[in-house]
Design a protein around this ligand. Structure first.
Ligand SMILES: [Cu+2]
Length: 221
């Protein structure tokens, strides 16, 4: 009896153990990584390029995400935010002066009138697309929000590199977007397996408009 019970108990427990092992293996084997290297045609690394992987099949359900765009030294930080559709963004003002921020972009029209400190309510970015932010008081202030419908995205650093990890194996449409790209980059279809894929892009940019900031105490704003 004892043998039979032991045998039965082994038979009962082995399938879940096997399943767990199988899932662990599939998880490890199924997670792909993508590295994108973005340069200008002259070979300079391109910072703030958005790299987006959109699954051709099912998109994972959105989660309630939050993001922050600060105002510091009369600039928006960061210059580019990539967020998933439905993300709430807060706009804390760390400056000793007020800001009045706005967007007229179709993907999100809003304004937060003259305020200091914490902004009143977070703004929910509920449509995909490109949003340009400005400030009514400080003309040189500019920032960009790219709203996407996928959890797999990254932006390039000063070295022109971006990496996306933990992507399930499958087929994707790879997009590149930069706020100042001269020409739109065509999307690429690619299939990701377990290995790290490296993709290179060449993107030429219009120069960033630099408007000198008046000293804080001279203009008083
Ligand atoms: Cu401002």
């Amino acid at each position: 009896m004892a043998d039979r019970a032991g045998h039965q108990s082994r038979r009962l427990t082995s399938p879940p153990v096997l399943l767990a092992l199988l899932l662990a293996w599939a998880g490890a084997a199924g997670a792909a990584s993508l590295t994108a290297a973005v340069r200008t045609s002259a070979g300079a690394p391109v910072k703030d390029a958005a790299i987006i992987l959109e699954p051709t099949g099912r998109t994972p359900p959105p989660v309630r995400a939050r993001a922050t765009i600060e105002q510091r030294d009369r600039e928006f930080i960061p210059y580019l935010s990539i967020v998933r559709k439905g993300t709430s963004i807060e706009f804390p003002n760390h400056d000793p002066v007020k800001h009045h921020i706005y967007s007229f972009s179709p993907a999100k029209v809003f304004e937060i009138k003259l305020y200091a400190g914490k902004s009143v309510n977070p703004v929910v970015f509920d449509k995909t697309g490109e949003v340009v932010l400005g400030c009514n008081i400080h003309d040189w202030m500019a920032a960009h929000v790219l709203v996407v419908d996928t959890p797999w995205f990254a932006k390039t650093g000063a070295d022109g590199l971006a990496r996306i990890d933990g992507v399930p194996a499958g087929t994707y449409r790879l997009r590149l977007w930069h706020p100042r790209q001269k020409v739109a980059t065509p999307d690429r279809d690619l299939s990701l397996g377990a290995a790290v894929r490296r993709i290179e892009f060449t993107v030429d940019l219009t120069p960033r408009l630099i408007v000198p900031k008046p000293p804080l105490d001279a203009g008083g704003y």
